[in-house]
Design a protein around this ligand. Structure first.
Ligand SMILES: [Zn+2]
Length: 84
């Protein structure tokens, strides 16, 4: 089961990858939708990626990161490990 956020992320990525002739407004529409979904999952105290219930964060930085990306501690760890 894919979350709405994953689907939107995927769409944006595909458009970019395929170098489609996308209009700025269509990208903005998708980004707006993405942000709306993100805010919704934060309001529900859920992870925007794996959709688990948020329990706790390791530190204040992780907590702040959650308010930006909506990622739970596990997903943050996975994301930032990949980035390194
Ligand atoms: Zn997660």
């Amino acid at each position: 089961m894919t979350s709405r956020i994953r689907a939107l992320n995927e769409e944006l990525y595909q458009d970019f990858q395929e170098n489609k002739k996308v209009t700025t407004s269509s990208i903005l529409t998708k980004l707006t939708k993405l942000r709306r979904e993100l805010r919704k999952s934060i309001n529900e105290n859920k992870c925007s990626w794996c959709e688990c219930d948020i329990e706790k964060f390791r530190d204040k930085t992780s907590r702040t990161e959650y308010l930006i990306s909506g990622l739970c501690q596990d997903c943050q760890d996975a994301t930032f490990k990949e980035a390194n």
